[in-house]
Design a protein around this ligand. Structure first.
Ligand code: AMP
Length: 284
């Protein structure tokens, strides 16, 4: 694996690979890599792509400064995981490399209602920051395929909309990869590293709530009642819940009733101590 820290060197190398006829698969990350991230690398490799991973903890997408400061960094381990997975290139830019004129000067994109609901409501400015960094990364890497995790469901919708706004929708194949989970169902996340042993032991409840929502979906159960059960379960385990939502899978507009005829996703965000976890499950 070759590591690049500057944009011109990366672009020069990638253009030679593209001229050689290779298809470029791109996996953007913020590091502290786990098996979930690596599953995206594997998918890109399985698809026959020359695979580029980026690690950049993007300050523009953190609405909570302490979350940014405490964001875990495990670079030596990340490099060896990427090498074992057969990743071809790691792009490791500094903040100055990505934002030479400051973050404000980077391009701004807006995503309408998509950036106002759920994560957008709880983390003001978050998706504007995702839009900034992803627009820069897509212009730098110019991938043929973009691999992102369904774990961040709303982010997948936002980035697909970004590709459309950038006129790249037909040039980049967007691949939403399934969520990798721990044996108790907890979605793998870099933030899990910050959970204490006791918090970790309770964190599987988020997935249990999602499965319970899924199991009630077809039965026509009252969503309000099922939602209340989830809120109580999460509270009993010491979680402060930000949302338990069932929403239209394309727009994320909240639904108040289960409707088996509409593509629907259940999404949860909850905090245990200072650590905020999110997860989701398709209901049909
Ligand atoms: P992050 O480093 O958290 O920005 O994540 C980088 C990419 O990995 C994003 O596309 C995430 O959705 C994806 N990802 C994070 N956790 C998982 C997981 N448990 N399973 C699959 N993909 C994941």
């Amino acid at each position: 694996m070759i590591i690049f820290k500057t944009i011109p060197e990366l672009r020069h190398y990638l253009s030679s690979r593209k001229e050689a006829g290779l298809s470029v698969g791109f996996v953007p990350t913020m590091g502290a890599l786990h098996k979930g991230h690596i599953s995206l690398i594997h998918k890109s490799k399985e698809d026959g792509c020359f695979t580029v991973c980026s690690i950049f903890v993007n300050p523009a997408q953190f609405n909570d400064p302490s979350d940014f400061e405490k964001y875990p960094s495990t670079l030596p381990e990340d490099i060896s995981l990427l090498e074992s997975a057969g990743c071809d290139v790691l792009f490791l830019p500094s903040k100055e490399e990505m934002y030479p004129q400051g973050m404000e000067a980077a391009p701004s994109y807006h995503f309408g209602r998509l950036e106002e609901v759920l994560e957008g409501a709880m983390r003001p400015g978050h998706f504007a920051g995702v839009g900034k960094v992803m627009s820069l990364l897509l212009r730098i890497v110019e991938p043929d395929a973009l691999y992102m995790g369904s774990k961040d469901y709303q982010q997948c919708l936002v980035v697909q909309d970004l590709c459309r706004q950038m006129g790249l929708k037909d040039r980049i194949r967007f691949i939403a990869c399934p969520t990798s989970r721990e044996p108790d169902g907890l979605a793998m996340s870099s933030r899990n590293l910050r959970l204490s042993e006791s918090q970790r032991a309770r964190a599987g409840i988020i997935y249990q709530c999602l499965v319970s929502l899924q199991s009630k979906f077809d039965s026509g159960a009252d969503f309000g009642i099922v939602q209340k059960e989830c809120l109580e379960l999460l509270q009993a385990k010491g979680f402060e819940t930000e949302y338990v939502s069932i929403a239209d899978a394309a727009t994320l507009e909240p639904m108040t009733q289960f409707d088996p005829n509409r593509k629907t996703v259940a999404l949860i965000a909850a905090k245990i101590g200072a650590i905020r976890l999110i997860d989701n499950l398709n209901l049909n």
